[in-house]
Design a protein around this ligand. Structure first.
Ligand code: PRX
Length: 659
């Protein structure tokens, strides 16, 4: 199988690798030594755990794997997550340091120092405790991207109760499903939020979710965010400002077991029912904190970090709520969309707060590329020194644009591969150590053991594509699927013996650097050749006509599977189309040239939008339904469900015909 040649071919002038930047080299020796020490896996994590966290009771055993695949890390250790994120910084005299610069979509802003945030979390913990929340309980959190979301999560952690954050864009049905599965006692929500300049309502969705049948929820705490007039049930509903603002500021954090559940976060699996991914306290915090320090080369006294993910997703859990705060860092939190009130909003925020580390997703970068580089050029982005990417492979085209336009050519880009299940980053270059390769997540973080294996689970040599596996337990690994130990074993631990099956395809290049090739469910077999959807998408996006592309394998009588591509065009592509060019043929030929004739899509369908979840993931499964002429599956998680109707109609009308 060939792979993403576009990286090597886009521009002869473009170097293929970017050596570590001068300003990062001072850390290189230390980071390289971490990689070396990480080979002594358990010793490394034990040392790290004592270095990055404050334990109330030290642990007596680093890892208990005797009941594999159910791991226990830092056995016998006791700690409090909120104490580690907050109180200890205040006790160490750093209470005046800014923890969060919040930017609301309508232009309101708030600043929380560590002292402020500690006080708010103590009050929220007292308020929740007065509503009966205890260690071991579950609290559903259905909030917009506002500081109260972080405060709520940390207040739950302070009490030893697990939070289950449900992204604010999920429907009442999806919320109810998650409330029921976790048997939540309390729901914390808001009257509403803002989206693209308009007030939105959130509380009615909670009412709708709770309207049918019996449930476990005793109270609903409501933050007044936008003043929308929302229904209020006098028996169960309480305003945040009534219960939290009036609560005592005194609260002593109790230490809980290292394996006390910290949160449940639902993620979609290959089957219908979402999986409640369970994370516990000690190991999750250790790996989050350590990767945050080293992947991002943190200088906690001077850096301003901004992770653009919503706390409704794992990236927001690990790299908004927990890791930055555990490290005493300063971060920006933004409620809104990148184009409100104008398309320069993000860059205005970077300029305002002198953001130095930006962590975002390729889909956002491609959107900015589409909007044009004149927009970021209007702002002072000189404070940036490091850029991060997460969520999918970053196609080299987007990498190079991000590097040049946003990073001014001086900021390393760390492409971090990980999953809801892994809890923290697992693969990434370290900015002071590795020469960067656009499009590759490169190397395991210190202390993590990752491999690429074939169908039989045997390690593959460099250059061959196979399955990404994790060979040894890691501290921030999921501890299970809530309420379903069998599904946990079957999903992750049965494909290969004694290895965690990530569900991603990967290959190592000649230097041993890892390239992700997309979910294995998206790997196609076309006439006996294995092709990756990511690879073809990358080639398509490398063409000047294309803004975004999604590629799936559709059943085909002759070839087993056939490549079907759905593309969104850039202006140049639109103009070519309007001028009568057969854009589909052009793109097919382009893929043939970049990867090989076998990879040529059978169909290329030009579409104004792709079906994306609210977190920006393309729902390839739905595209597969359309391409195979089936009824379209569940569109509940789509940001805009009408997109699929349009695509299905176009497909039926015979657009994107056979080559
Ligand atoms: O396929 C991989 C892709 O996203 C999946 C995990 O999705 P989720 O649990 O929603 O977590 C996303 C944020 C951590 C992975 O199985 N993925 C994530 N990061 C990358 C990636 N694929 C390639 N490169 C990445 N950097």
């Amino acid at each position: 199988m060939s792979f993403r040649k576009d990286i090597l071919m886009t521009d002869q002038q473009t170097p293929q690798t970017f050596p570590p930047n001068e300003s990062f080299v001072e850390n290189a020796r230390y980071d390289a030594s971490l990689l070396e020490r990480g080979k002594d896996h358990e010793a490394y994590w034990a040392e790290t755990a004592r270095e990055v966290l404050t334990w109330d009771t030290d642990f007596t055993q680093t890892l208990d794997w005797s009941d594999a695949p159910f791991a226990q890390w830092f056995v016998g250790g006791k700690l409090n997550a909120a104490y580690n994120a907050l109180d200890r910084h205040v006790e160490a005299g750093r209470g005046d340091r800014v923890a969060i610069y919040f930017e609301g979509e309508p232009g309101d802003s708030r600043t929380y120092t560590y002292a402020d945030l500690t006080r708010e979390v103590k009050k929220a913990a007292n308020a929740f405790a007065s509503l009966g929340v205890r260690q071991g309980d579950r609290v559903a959190v259905y909030l917009p991207m506002i500081p109260e979301a972080v405060i709520t999560m940390l207040a739950c952690a302070r009490l030893g109760a697990a939070h289950s954050v449900v992204f604010g864009g999920f429907s009442p049905d999806a919320l109810r499903q998650r409330i029921d599965d976790a048997e939540a006692k309390l729901v914390v929500t808001a009257d509403g939020s803002y989206r693209r300049g308009q007030p939105t309502r959130l509380k009615p969705a909670v009412d709708e979710a709770l309207a049918k049948g019996t449930h476990t929820v005793q109270n609903v705490v409501v933050v007044k965010r936008n003043g929308e007039d929302v229904p209020f049930n006098a028996e169960t509903d309480l305003w945040w400002h009534d219960v939290v603002d009036t609560a005592s500021e005194e609260h002593t954090a109790e230490a809980f077991d290292a394996e006390n559940p910290l949160f449940i976060l639902y993620t979609s699996g290959t089957t219908g029912k979402p999986k409640g991914i369970l994370h516990t306290t000690g190991g999750y915090l250790v790996q989050g904190a350590q990767t945050f320090r080293h992947t991002f080369d943190l200088k906690e006294e001077t850096d301003v970090f901004w992770c653009t993910a919503d706390v409704g997703w794992v990236t927001g859990h690990s790299y908004v709520t927990y890791a930055p705060l555990v490290n005493g860092a300063t971060q920006v939190m933004y409620e809104g969309t990148p184009d409100t009130p104008h398309k320069g909003r993000w860059w205005e925020i970077v300029q305002k707060h002198r953001v130095s580390i930006l962590y975002t997703a390729p889909t956002a970068i491609r959107t900015f590329m589409k909007w044009g580089e004149e927009i970021p050029a209007q702002y002072d982005l000189s404070s940036l020194r490091l850029l991060g990417s997460v969520g999918e492979s970053i196609n080299p085209e987007a990498w190079l644009w991000y590097h040049r336009v946003i990073g001014g050519g001086r900021c390393p880009i760390v492409d971090t591969w990980w999953q809801t299940e892994t809890g923290a980053q697992m693969l990434t270059p370290l900015p002071g150590v590795h020469a960067l390769k656009p499009g590759s997540a490169q190397q395991p973080v210190p202390g993590v053991d990752i491999d690429v294996v074939d169908e039989m689970g045997d390690p593959l040599p460099n250059g061959q594509a196979g399955f990404l596996v994790i060979r040894r337990p890691w501290p921030s690994m999921l501890r299970g699927i809530w309420g379903d130990p069998e599904r946990f074993k079957k999903t992750y631990w049965s494909r290969f013996e004694n290895m965690y099956f990530a569900g991603d395809g990967a290959k190592r290049d000649e230097d041993g650097d890892i390239w992700l090739l997309g979910r294995v469910d998206d790997v196609m077999n076309v006439s006996g050749h294995r092709l990756s959807s990511t690879e073809i998408e990358s080639a398509l996006v490398g063409h000047p006509y294309v803004a975004e592309a999604a590629v799936i394998g559709a059943a085909d009588e002759t070839t087993g599977e056939a490549v079907v591509a759905f593309v969104m065009l850039q202006d140049e592509g639109e103009q070519a189309l309007a001028g009568g060019e057969d854009v589909e043929a052009t793109l097919r030929a382009h893929v043939g040239k970049e990867i090989g004739p076998i990879a040529k899509p059978r169909n290329v369908l030009v579409t104004p939008e792709l079906p994306k979840t609210r977190s920006g993931k393309i729902m390839r499964r739905l595209l597969k339904d359309v391409a195979e002429g089936r009824e379209i599956g569940d569109t509940m998680t789509l940001a805009d469900p009408t997109v699929m109707q349009q695509i299905a109609a176009d497909m039926r009308a015979g657009r994107g015909g056979k080559a």
